[in-house]
Design a protein around this ligand. Sequence first.
Ligand code: PLP
Length: 378
Amino acid sequence: MKFGTQIIHNKHSIDPYAKGLSVPIYQVSTFAQESVDHFGKYDYARSGNPTRDALEETVALLENGSHGFAFASGMAAISSVLLLFSPGDHLVVCEDVYGGAFRVLTTLFTRLGIQSTFVDATDPARIAEAITPATKAIYLETPSNPLLKITDLRAAVDLAKERGLLTLVDNTFMTPYLQRPLDLGCDIVLHSGTKFLNGHSDVICGFAVVKDEGLGKQIKFIQNAFGAILGPQDCWLVLRGLKTLRVRMDESQKSAFSVANWLTQQRRVTEVFYPGLEQHPGYGVHKSQSAGPGAVLSFKLETVELTHRLLEKMECAAFAVSLGGVESIISYPPKMSHAAMPAEERASRGITDNLVRLSVGLEETEDLIADLDRVINF
Ligand code: PLP
């Protein structure tokens, strides 16, 4: 079965109890037990809930993993998975990692004795140089946020396997429809499900997916022990959102491609970052490991004034934090996704004050381009 069919027809398409075409919302915290010696499949809803199970199994299926875990946010998923590591461990992390991941790694996890080195992961040699005897994992985002840099996942996996390290990939921008890191040999896929997976800007959630049984058991233990689980109502909303993932991604990606090409022709736009453009330095690598460039792009404008004007005056895109919704979202990385990163770190990574990120939604492409034209070329 192809992806678009699998998201509609899978083990959880029909409710086994009443044959409804939607998974019921099990709004419960605990489950009655019949025998002292044998508890049923469910006992307490932090450990497991049928609505959450349905979502976790669906996301695992789509990522071609064996176990999926739903968390209360993308950061809860990332932080819970980072609890796999112990004091003295070291991680090599791509330098333009999501600002919240940067923050948690450089504040909370350093306090727990887990250190990270941030590198330009587009060059596998930089990853190799940063590996120390204490390194336990390579943590990647590709395309990265907000500059859409591409990391060669196969090269990173080769390095990781040679040195006995885990490879973690935040697959938020691509979704399993466009990129399946587990199939390329990565060990753990992470998601801010808040974005394209749910797709409607109405739920905060996160996921971790693995193929390996042992890793699955460890993350299950952390999920239950740490307890940052996703509630049943939100699980149901994400299950509903997922059903249109393919069509949403197809439409948004098509539009993003046109918008990116249009932007490259504008005098007041000085740089465009989108892995669907042939001139993007990661174009070839991205094409070899994914099924499309996705629906997020970023670009730099001539001046900071024009940048602010665009952020505040667009009508077909909401000026907001986040991405991956049905509505286009224009955001300002220096003050939003990467505000948690010190200014000098941002500057060294190219996250300048004339940079905007655009997540293309489901508006008509012509309207989006006309809107951008109105604000940029006034
Ligand atoms: N990973 C990426 C790539 C993100 O963009 C975000 C949020 O913007 C996160 C993780 C964190 O997810 P959440 O906001 O759901 O906690």
